[in-house]
Design a protein. Sequence first.
Length: 159
Amino acid sequence: MKSSRKYWLFKSEPSCFSFSDLQQRPEGTEPWDGVRNYQARNFLRDEVQPGDGVLFYHSNIARPAVVGSAVVVRGGYPDLTALDPESDAFDARSTADSPIWYRVDIRCGNQFVRQVTLEEIKRHPLLAGMELLRRSRLSIQPVTREEWEIILRLGGVGE
DNA sequence: GCCAACGTTGGC
DNA sequence: GCCAACGTTGGC
């Protein structure tokens, strides 16, 4: 049985990696690496699948917002930055045989015509249950199909 | 830049 | 396995 498509929200500080950075990558594709939180890791390793939809969220700025969509093009595989002593995300506990951290690859979808701000999400009755409003620290979050559709519509785009 | 929330570490 | 100390996230 083919599992159905899932939807996610990925956070990024735009000063670190923005949606426009993603758009400028070859084929708009980038490994989503450096995640060092176990719950987020579990999603990346076990649940995020090729074809899943991603809401790209800019955090830690004056006007936090979902700014675009993306699609998963490769499911969970070991995050090799954990093995690289030169990397900021190096983790001495992780090894090639027994990796701790995982990443997925995403490809940019559409930049929103208008950003969907955190403030707007808070005010929207149908978005009040979003994980984003409850688990402030989680950088990879599941999103329902309904939330996905509403936010794309508010953003003024299809996928 | 402040600071509350909260995930992680490590002593016991 | 508890929990205090510590570090980081992220809204404001």
